[in-house]
Design a protein around this ligand. Sequence first.
Ligand SMILES: [Zn+2]
Length: 78
Amino acid sequence: MSSTNRGTSAFERLRARFDGEPYVCDACGRVDGEGSWHAATSGSAVVYRRRCPSCGVESVRDYRLSSDRDQARPGTTR
Ligand SMILES: [Zn+2]
């Protein structure tokens, strides 16, 4: 059995994109290049949260998954 997970999920691709960019706080404008986003899926959407190390405000980004619906199986938390 040699079939691994073909194709990264949309959610991992998005996360990689986020982690590759500097984070700018919505509230105070602080730029943080070291933290990482915390991703959570909710049905057909992905929600990313990140807390500013300076002012503590939590930023939220949410994205809908369009084509990976079949791969989003409930209960597959790793
Ligand atoms: Zn801030």
